[in-house]
Design a protein. Structure first.
Length: 328
């Protein structure tokens, strides 16, 4: 079975616990997180084979992340450690609907110090999928490593996936660099966007949504747009459509997108779909819809729990939810 390789940041999410009495001090609970690390753990918990690739600090938080990845079943043989910077932190507060607000302590951070020379060639040789997000594009050095990793993965025959996962607060002056975003987007076979990210690309380029999707599909073969509980919009070069989501009560949406993409990638892995078989997979609408329904169930389950790694579902839980929603 080809491995799903997830590259980028792993960090600590400090999640604010509800404070019933405003006179009490706010308490933050420590959770392992970071979008590519979440995606790797999602794959592992769903029964897939994966490796997380990234740089962790040689500190207590890096130790916690490494232990958490291994405990979840994600591979860590290509993880690097450094004492030149500490592990990144994110403080997260939630509103009544589970929507997040972030305060990041990055840069400086260990994950930003990963360079192309830190890649082990073996990780590309084993990769059926190479997955990234835009949080490893925020600084020139880590952006260069990310784009190089995408090129090397494609050259090795891997399917390249990106979940934009745009966090403007991580960029200098909270202003993402469009040229870097488009370099990564145009290097991917599979692109996942949230509705707000599609709107950002529209505003940045002065384009309508269909024009953004058309530009993406010049390079990508599947574009997905998620929008919370609203239907998932999907686009290939030949077809487009919408898929209803599974309705649940959300308490924390932090890991929803990572659970969704992890669910989709593990379904591709189960069907032995790599870059060479992706077009045939997309041409079979039934197989695509089955994979998207599974991904949607994984995302839905993640929002019913607090945390990132801690919120990610198992395969058995996803199948139960799919059976329950179909019966309903």
């Amino acid at each position: 079975m080809n491995t799903i390789v997830c590259f980028g940041e792993a960090l600590i999410d400090f999640l604010a616990a509800p404070v019933p009495d405003p006179t009490q001090a706010r308490v933050f609970r420590q959770f392992a997180g970071g979008a590519p690390a979440n995606a790797a753990v999602a794959v592992a918990r769903l029964g897939g084979t994966c490796e997380f690739v990234g740089m962790l600090g040689e500190d207590m938080f890096g130790d916690f992340l490494l232990h958490s990845l291994r405990e979840a079943g994600a591979g860590t043989r290509y993880v690097r450690r450094t004492d030149r910077a500490r592990t990144a932190l994110a403080f997260v507060s939630l509103d009544a609907n589970g929507e997040r607000s972030f305060s990041f302590y990055r840069p400086p951070a260990a994950d930003l110090l990963f360079s192309e020379s830190d890649f082990d060639p073996a990780c590309f040789a084993a990769a059926g999928v190479f997955h990234v997000c835009s949080n490893s594009l925020t600084e020139p050095g880590i952006a260069a490593a990310t784009l190089a990793g995408m090129r090397r993965a494609r050259a090795a025959g891997a399917l390249v996936s990106i979940d934009l996962n745009l966090r403007p607060a991580l960029w200098a002056d909270a202003a993402p660099v469009p040229a870097r975003l488009w370099q990564a987007l145009e290097g991917a076979d599979l692109v996942k966007l949230a509705r707000e990210e599609l709107e950002f690309l529209q505003a940045e380029g002065g384009l309508m949504a269909d024009a953004v999707v058309a530009r993406l599909l010049q390079h990508a073969r599947l574009v997905l747009v998620t929008d919370g509980a609203a239907p998932v919009r999907w686009y290939t070069r030949a077809q487009r459509g919408q898929l209803p989501t599974v309705r649940v009560e959300a308490v924390d949406t932090t890991a929803a997108g990572d659970a969704f993409i992890g669910g989709l990638l593990v379904q591709l892995q189960r069907e032995a779909v790599d870059a060479h078989g992706f077009d045939a997979f997309l041409g079979d609408t039934g197989r695509l819809m089955e994979a998207l329904r599974y991904a949607s169930a994984c995302g839905a389950l993640a929002v019913t729990r607090y945390g990132s790694f801690a919120a990610l579902p198992t395969h058995e839980e996803a199948m139960v939810l799919l059976g329950t929603s179909a019966a309903a």
